[in-house]
Design a binder for this molecule. Structure first.
Ligand code: PLP
Length: 452
């Protein structure tokens, strides 16, 4: 009876983020979770689910880590909050900044703090535009993102996002955001014969003029757009292009950061050092809200040199002491338990599982994994690369069958694709991956009866 009441109250009072409001009004919330432990979530009915999305690609060290609660409690009792405006400071933010500097590549050694990924990207856009303005180039303000990119939902972050639905919501797209065709290394190296050249970053820079382009932004592995891994050499080509034209490179590490791809940061897979790095999610494994923006010392020095005024950008919660203390403990666990290395090793287990699914089911195709970030697609005709008719909604159907078998994954259907995406907590073991693959196998067998 109490559960029914909770469901009714949810329908009545809660406006869910990124959710079908119609479905909520008709059926109430899908799950009401009460507890988490490792890769598992438990709901009000006592049912246990494998959280193969790490909730929102963020619970990297897994659920139920008491140490994080203890650290938060101690920090709250000591100094829950104090501001970092006007050069005020506190120990957790200083220690976290030192720690991040030791982890991030190259001379990305200076950090600004936010409460999440969208704020981090907004901050990155403002910093790079501010930088060029101070350099006497106020028109150098366009930002180039990639098709299928996801960078968040604030006005600027959703304008950098290339998933159409996020831009269509009022107030629409902000000016000065452009999108390029993703992952075309040859175009970025200057292959003008490629039909996609005009839509590549290089093509856009040539058309618009480098003097109007402030920065490019890209995810090391595209997440919400369906887990798309750049081919080797791509980021190096983009780095080279940015250096050639005097454009800053922003890596959106909100999903990839903190071990997700089997390296501490996604760009570490390719030995590329961006000028700016945005982070969130895995920085605290979702235990508390925190985001960060890393910039190079060179950029900070330039900003400090040319600016004789205040940096008029800061959130009340920039460098929240409790959040910083939790982040430090989270990173300590990542390191102590070798979770980044473990994630790297689990990549081949996941890939092997995907291969098995491809062998068993002709509708499974294009599987891919980088660390514990993985996906496979569902195709009507694998040999000829033909997608299912849009009305079949095959990926959501499969995800529903996975839910019935106590496995939580995500469908990505934008652009007519049927992608099944996953990013389990980095503590997932070989045996647990195998269990997940068995569930997929059974769920696919079931949906095949209705879709083929
Ligand atoms: N950037 C990327 C790559 C993301 O995946 C997300 C969220 O999923 C964001 C930015 C936005 O982060 P937040 O939801 O914390 O604002």
């Amino acid at each position: 009876k109490e559960i029914k009441r909770l469901e009714e109250l949810d329908k009545k009072y809660f406006l869910h983020p990124t959710s079908s409001l119609k479905q909520q009004q008709e059926k109430g919330p899908k799950f009401i979770f009460t507890e988490g432990n490792g890769i598992y979530l438990r709901d009000v009915h006592g049912e246990q689910y494998i959280d193969a999305l790490a909730s929102l690609w963020n619970v990297n060290i897994g659920h139920g880590r008491k140490e994080l609660g203890e650290v938060a409690s101690q920090q709250m009792a000591k100094l829950a909050y104090s501001s970092a405006f006007n050069n005020l400071s506190h120990e957790p933010v200083i220690r976290l900044s030192e720690k991040l500097a030791s982890l991030t590549p190259g001379d990305l050694n200076v950090f600004f703090y936010t409460s999440g990924g969208s704020e981090s990207n907004d901050t990155a856009f403002k910093l790079v535009r501010h930088y060029w303005k101070l350099k006497g180039l106020p028109e150098k303000k366009k930002i180039i993102g990639l098709d299928r990119g996801y960078h968040g939902v604030t006005v600027a972050a959703s304008s950098a996002t290339a998933i159409r639905q996020f831009q269509e919501m009022a107030p629409g797209k902000a000016p000065d955001f452009l999108h390029a065709v993703p992952h075309k290394t040859n175009c970025e190296l200057g292959d003008k014969n490629d039909p996609d050249y005009a839509r590549s970053i290089r093509g856009i820079v040539e058309r618009e003029g480098a003097e109007t382009i402030a920065a490019v932004i890209m995810e090391p592995v595209q997440g919400a757009g369906g887990i798309h891994i750049a081919p080797d050499g791509y980021f190096e080509a983009v780095r080279q292009l940015c250096d050639e034209f005097g454009i800053l490179m922003i890596a959106d590490e909100v999903i990839c950061g903190f071990g997700r791809t089997g390296q501490m940061f996604g760009v570490d897979n390719w030995n590329v050092v961006p000028d700016v790095m945005s982070m969130a999610k895995g920085i605290t494994s979702g235990y508390i809200q925190l985001g960060a923006v890393g910039i190079t010392e060179r950029l900070r020095d330039d900003l400090a040199k040319v600016s004789n005024d205040v940096l008029f950008h800061g959130f009340t919660y920039s460098g929240h002491p409790t959040a910083c203390a939790v982040a430090l403990k989270n990173i300590e666990i990542l390191e102590k338990e070798n979770l980044v290395e473990h994630t790297k090793q689990m990549e081949s287990v996941l890939a092997k599982g995907f291969n098995y699914l491809e062998e068993q089911h002709s509708i499974v195709a294009k599987s891919r994994a980088k660390g514990l970030l993985g996906a496979f697609e569902l195709l009507a005709d694998r040999e000829n690369g033909i997608q299912f008719a849009p009305e079949k909604t095959v990926a959501p159907l499969l995800v529903e069958e996975c839910f019935n078998r106590k496995l939580i994954v995500r469908p990505v259907t934008y652009g007519g694709t049927n992608i099944i995406a996953m990013s389990p907590p980095l503590v997932m073991t070989k045996e647990e991956i195998e269990t997940m693959i068995t569930i997929f196998d059974e769920a696919i067998k079931t949906i095949k009866k209705t879709i083929l």
